[in-house]
Design a protein around this ligand. Structure first.
Ligand code: SF4
Length: 167
């Protein structure tokens, strides 16, 4: 276990799906790389919106910039489906709050290319409070000696850790 764990957008995303997965990812337990759903997610992320791809690198965070026009900075997050939309919204809100800490005001745009759908995310006080609680709880989980026990949820079916949890 690394001493200074960075809470990342990925951990935020998993926090709203499965706490066991948060522990496994935070501890760098390598998931099953052959899982085809993991590959599809990666493929969509790499192939979609390539034409307008620009990135901001903030240390451990890499963000896709959608536009920098008179409306201000807009960052985007591409997702395979909207099934985990609430998680995706919190992940994007986390990126917006990291930018805000650096004095950059931005909006977010969630993109679901397979569904040809987009959603704008703006940082509100409610989201800031929710994020703050999530970050603290992620750290609590990551420093647990053992992972939280598996709980069967619909995401288990496509989870790269399924074999680890259920065999
Ligand atoms: S298989 Fe299910 S319980 Fe295990 S890490 Fe994945 S989502 Fe969590």
């Amino acid at each position: 276990m690394q001493e200074n764990l960075n809470v990342t957008g990925t951990l935020i995303w998993y926090y709203f799906i499965c706490h066991r997965e948060v522990w496994l990812m935070a501890r760098n337990v390598v998931p099953d790389q052959d899982n085809s759903n993991v590959d599809l997610g990666r493929f969509i992320q790499e192939q979609s919106y390539q034409r307008e791809k620009k990135e901001i690198n903030l240390g451990h965070i890499k963000l896709d910039v959608i536009s920098r026009g008179k409306e201000g900075l807009v960052i985007g997050e591409v997702k395979k489906t909207s099934k985990s939309e609430a998680s995706a919204r919190m992940q994007l809100a986390y990126y917006l709050s990291e930018l805000e800490k650096l004095g950059l005001k931005a909006k977010g745009e969630l993109r679901f290319p397979k569904e040809k759908r987009r959603e704008i995310v703006e940082l509100t006080d409610e989201l800031r409070t929710k994020l703050d609680l999530a970050v603290r709880d992620i750290l609590r989980i990551a420093y647990l000696e053992k992972p939280p026990g598996p709980i069967k949820i619909k995401y288990c079916k496509n989870c790269a850790y399924a074999e680890f949890c259920w065999s």
